[in-house]
Design a protein around this ligand. Sequence first.
Ligand SMILES: [Fe+2]
Length: 363
Amino acid sequence: MEHQPPVGGDLPAPDETPIIIVDSEPSVLSFLEKALEDEGYPVEAFDSAQAALERIASASAALMISDIQMPDMGAMELIRRALEEDPNLAIIVLTGAADAESAIESLRLGVDDYLEKPITVEGLIESVTRALRRRAQADYRHKLELWLRDEVTRRTEEVQRQSQQLELVTVATLSTLVRAMEAKDPYLKGHSERVARLCAKMALHMGFEERDVDDLRTAGLLHDLGMIAIPDSITHKQSALTEDEYRRVQEHVQIGVDILKPLPHLARSVSYIAQHHERLDGSGYPEGLREIPLASQILGLAEHFASLTEVRPHRQAYAAAEALEQLTEQQDTWFEVRAIDALQQVIKNEPGLGESEWFEVTD
Ligand SMILES: [Fe+2]
């Protein structure tokens, strides 16, 4: 089955990985070789520490059994270098009665066990079994750790992919709703899409990161979602709105935010939407803020410009140049100069964006 944790941790079968034996005494080497081979372990014998180390460096070994007093290398150096080559290598040292201190020191270095000469076959096999089990468990823990790390990475990526898909689906569904809402309204047809395009162009022009440009585009698409709750009798009114009606219209900001709030992946877009009618001089709504993040200003400015250049029930559309002139008069009172400059540049580069070519008012 896919993505199952690795199995292991048991004592490996004796025929897998060789045991390295190291002793300068041929009689000890042959005693060890016979005792281990009788138990089915593959054995490789070395009479020098250097040769044993080279062997450990070149291929994997399960266990090294070494005399602590090798003529060509101090015991501690042999242990240290062997563990450097393979940190998981099991090690048993063979000591004489006079080596008790070195034996204890070797344990400190990470040796599994020490056996005092003369060695018995039973003592040897018992110690080998213990050391190999310890190594198998350490191997298993290592494999498990690698598996876990891979699994966490894989699942995190999966969740991120799903959440990106969810985000795209949600934005697509909501903008379909906005489009449907605007389609039946001769004044608003294509408005949000146009605001979204203006926002994205301005943000790109101002050097925003791709992610921020996307968030602003989404905010543009959904900025007036709350208008869904405002009756046509108000939005289509030919004469000036009463104070009460104006207050109702203002509610579209909070209504939109409330609709979108349960979608955490849209949080940044929602924060821009919450502020798209705020103005730097505090005359905006709903909070009357005087400090407005640039992204929210871009959305507010794009919406305002789009509205000015579209027909409304009580007025004709302004030409792009007129609308820009009006907005330039509002620099630093409604929007920062740099945002207005960006809008001007964007319209200059793409004059089509200054025209609302999507709708026709027939009556
Ligand atoms: Fe709005």
